[in-house]
Design a protein around this ligand. Structure first.
Ligand code: NAD
Ligand code: MG
Length: 380
């Protein structure tokens, strides 16, 4: 029986992780759950999955939950609670399903204990990829991707020699504005941007998918997960989201992983790896799908993808600046303060303004993250 800690159990990935765990009561037990603010849902999860400890990041809401549930389970609060549970509590698999760079510190605690890390929280690898991968090596911690593209690549690489990989081909749905004229981008509403054609996800990643920043973050994520340089990572637009990504080998052969756009499959694979376990998820019916199509991404139209490529080229803390600026800009867009087209311009300004530090340690990364947030918060 594997004990699972889910950081961010009330979000889209968190709930899907619990959906998978529910199907395998003899394989997994929920050790701990955490939420930012959604204590009502967390309480329902406590009743069903009976974790021994939960963390609510919002202190006031955490105290409210503690008063309400009495001794059903222990309730910690705040960022310190998240660190405490990752660093000292008993579990085998750490599921990183928090959104944003807030996932970084607890993930590092789990890595230092040599835990298996099922990572959905791509921002952690974007801001500190070099550091995270070297810590994983040092503490013998296994990083298993949950992001569907990276899970696909991870599956394609099974049994292969890394030296025979020619390139990784990451697929992108293209988001809701794939065929929209760029001249009309400044009229895009929050509601339109949140309407993703294929995937149901949390708000932040849904906006990232609309700007194609999500694909940029995924290229950076792939760079660190698979130790590939940027020239060996291609992005191809594939609107049906059936091929989740591919690997091309030195003999020209391409391996792909296919499936319906449902995160339960990559989550299950990460939890059960290296085993595959039978489930009753809907199967992919290729004749029903009919056509699979592919295009080059338009980086003139989707500037965020281009900005991510530049940040990856620049290296050092540039991806951290890119990510922090994007998090603040997306927040501002979601709360109606800026236009869709202002998102890339804020990120561009931050990359110009904030100093880049090469091979940063954790202190430098946090400082860079803080400075960028402060700078972009002041823009309008
Ligand atoms: P979400 O917004 O639905 O859920 C986020 C979870 O994190 C919630 O449980 C929330 O309570 C918690 N949380 C939010 N802010 C927090 C903070 N500051 N401190 C502590 N906890 C906090 O997000 P999601 O769509 O589930 O995405 C989670 C992560 O997984 C993101 O990094 C995203 O890029 C990645 N991801 C998501 C999907 C998807 O299908 N949803 C696919 C691939 C990767
Ligand atoms: Mg993805």
């Amino acid at each position: 029986m594997k004990k699972v800690l889910i950081l961010g159990s009330t979000g889209s990935i968190g709930k899907n992780t619990l959906n998978v765990i529910r199907d395998f009561p003899d394989k997994f037990e929920v050790a701990a759950l955490t939420s930012n603010t959604r204590i009502d849902l967390l309480e329902i999860q406590i009743d069903e999955f009976k974790p021994r400890i939960v963390v609510v990041r919002d202190e006031i809401l955490g105290k409210r939950l503690r008063d309400k549930i009495g001794n059903k389970c222990k309730v910690l609060t705040g960022n310190s609670g998240l660190l405490e549970v990752a660093a000292n509590f008993d579990y085998d698999i750490f599921v990183g399903a928090i959104v944003g760079s807030n996932g970084l510190a607890p993930t590092i605690e789990a890595i230092k204990r040599g835990k298996t890390i099922a990572l959905a929280n791509k921002e952690t690898l974007v801001v500190a990829g070099e550091l995270i991968t070297s810590l994983c090596e040092k503490y013998n911690s296994k990083l298993i991707p949950v992001d569907s593209e990276h899970s696909a690549i991870f599956q394609c690489l099974e049994g292969e020699n890394k030296a025979s990989v020619e390139k990784l081909i990451i697929t992108a749905s293209g988001g809701p504005f794939l065929n929209k004229n760029k001249n009309t981008f400044n009229e895009i509403t929050v509601e339109e941007a949140l309407n993703h054609p294929n995937w149901k996800m949390g708000n932040k990643i849904t906006i990232d998918s609309a700007t194609l920043m999500n694909k940029g973050l995924e290229v950076i994520e792939a760079r660190w997960l698979f130790g590939m340089t940027k020239d060996k990572i291609d992005v191809v637009v594939h609107p049906q989201s059936i091929i989740h990504s591919m690997v091309q080998f030195t003999d020209g052969s391409i391996k792909a992983q296919l499936g319906l756009p449902d995160m339960k499959l990559p989550i299950q694979y990460a939890l059960t790896y290296p085993e595959r376990c039978k489930n009753n998820f809907e199967r992919t019916n290729l004749p029903k799908i009919g056509n699979l199509s592919f295009f080059e991404p338009d980086i003139e139209k989707f500037e965020c993808l281009n900005l991510a490529y530049s940040a990856l080229d620049a290296g050092g803390t540039a991806p951290c600046i890119l990510n922090a600026a994007n998090e603040i800009a997306v927040d501002k867009f979601l709360s109606g303060k800026i236009k869709f087209t202002t998102i890339p311009s804020f990120i561009y300004k931050a990359l110009e303004k904030i100093e880049n530090h090469k091979s940063p340690d954790l202190v430098t990364i946090y400082e860079c993250d803080r400075l960028t947030r402060e700078f972009v918060s002041g823009l309008n």
